[in-house]
Design a binder for this molecule. Structure first.
Ligand SMILES: NC(=O)c1ccc[n+]([C@@H]2O[C@H](COP(=O)([O-])OP(=O)(O)OC[C@H]3O[C@@H](n4cnc5c(N)ncnc54)[C@H](OP(=O)(O)O)[C@@H]3O)[C@@H](O)[C@H]2O)c1
Length: 351
């Protein structure tokens, strides 16, 4: 077990368009180090961040080709490093070390992020669970302090993380206003339970949101789009509202942009809340080394138990937009980048 193992993988051979630069290869996957596990992968989902990483514009974790992209894995723990031995043989969903290496039949996963999957959850549902629902839970409850009866605005609500926030927001008792980029996606948001859904690429969606809230504005906004959508969202935040800065699907380089001015926030009397979810064993060490505040694994285990209970009792369901064949992975990323996908795209891998 303490040996490298051969794996079928998609490799980014250079930085650029995923359809052009991804190549199917056999790679060697190293043995797991301390607090790491090696997972025989059964399924994984595609993340929008994967596209930014493959295109070389994700400056948080810049990677030099060749590398195997992929930041989530579902599978059975085949071997473990020191401190993670208790996970061997368990079926888990987790984040590969440094958020790459997931597009492969074996992956090295950070044990701090490994969450066990009960027998009654399929690999596909397990792969569609982590970011949509853990991120939604962390964003809406921990950062957004969402209360039953409050109004929640979810942008890109037909997408992967957005659909999770929509479904979870409803289960937490909020009135949900969803936005999405096409009329088909708007209809999909309504199917998922949105109280109102707006095509935010047509007309003045800010006025629509203000009308729907009788001029008060929303209590919480889940914003994984960024850019102009963020600037416009500030115009519809209610008194004591919480704007959740979750992502930058519009343009990841805006993470370091200077397009936000303090005035609408100061005069708007709402909170601007950063949201970044990575479960870690030692949050203080991360604060000291990287300067980030990341939640503890113990919080992740607690959230996992509560999310699983919501799924088991039918109060929420995972949103799988498509199951993608191994061969079709690059084209699926292309569809995601072109805003043509809904929910999570799940790839099944035979280890
Ligand atoms: N904070 C965290 O810890 C964390 C964790 C995971 C992911 N995220 C963030 O969540 C965001 C969404 O990730 P995801 O994997 O769930 O993707 P996704 O929502 O499935 O896809 C991205 C969606 O963003 C919308 N969008 C708006 N402007 C776009 C543009 N210019 N190009 C492409 N799409 C655009 C599109 O929906 P419409 O067509 O409906 O507009 C698209 O479907 C990413 O920015 C990611 O960084 C954050």
């Amino acid at each position: 077990m303490n040996q490298p193992i051969s794996a079928d993988a998609w490799v980014a051979t250079s930085l650029g368009d995923p359809v052009k630069v991804l190549e199917r290869q056999t790679v060697e996957v190293r043995p797991p180090g301390p607090n790491e596990i090696r997972v025989a992968v059964q399924a994984f989902c595609l993340n929008f961040n994967d596209i930014d990483i493959i295109r070389g514009r994700y400056t948080t974790l810049p990677l030099e080709p060749p590398f195997v992209p992929g930041m989530e894995s579902v599978g059975v723990v085949e071997s473990a490093g020191l401190g993670a031995e208790h996970l061997v043989g368990r079926r888990i969903v987790g984040i590969p070390v440094m958020a790459f290496g997931g597009y492969a039949s074996y992956a090295i996963v950070d044990a701090a992020t490994a969450l066990e999957l009960p027998d009654w959850i399929s690999n596909t549902d397990g792969a569609a669970l982590h970011y949509p629902f853990h991120l939604g839970w962390f964003a809406l409850r921990e950062r957004g302090r969402l209360q039953p009866g409050e109004t929640l605005l979810v942008h890109a609500a037909a997408g992967g993380t957005g659909s999770g926030a929509l479904v979870l927001g409803k289960a937490l008792g909020a009135r949900v206003i969803a936005t999405a980029g096409s009329d088909e996606k708007v209809a999909f948001c309504k199917e998922l339970g949105a109280d109102h859904a707006i095509n935010y690429r047509n007309g003045d969606w800010v006025d629509e949101v203000m009308d729907l809230t009788y001029g008060r504005g929303v209590d919480v906004a889940f914003d994984a789009v960024g850019g102009d959508v963020t600037v416009q969202t500030f115009k519809c935040m209610g008194f004591n509202g919480r704007h959740l800065m979750v992502g930058f699907a519009e343009d990841i380089t805006l993470e370091d942009g200077d397009y936000l001015t303090p005035r609408p926030i100061a005069y708007g009397n709402f909170d601007l809340c950063g949201v970044c979810l990575v479960y870690v064993t030692d949050p203080v060490a991360i604060r000291r080394t990287l300067g980030f505040n990341w939640p503890a694994r113990s919080a992740g285990l607690d959230a996992h138990a509560q999310i699983l209970e919501l799924i088991r009792t039918g109060k929420i369901r995972t949103v799988v937009g498509a199951e993608v064949g191994w061969e079709d992975l690059p084209e699926a990323l292309q569809r995601m980048e072109s805003r043509l996908t809904t929910g999570r795209l799940v790839v099944t891998a035979g280890a």
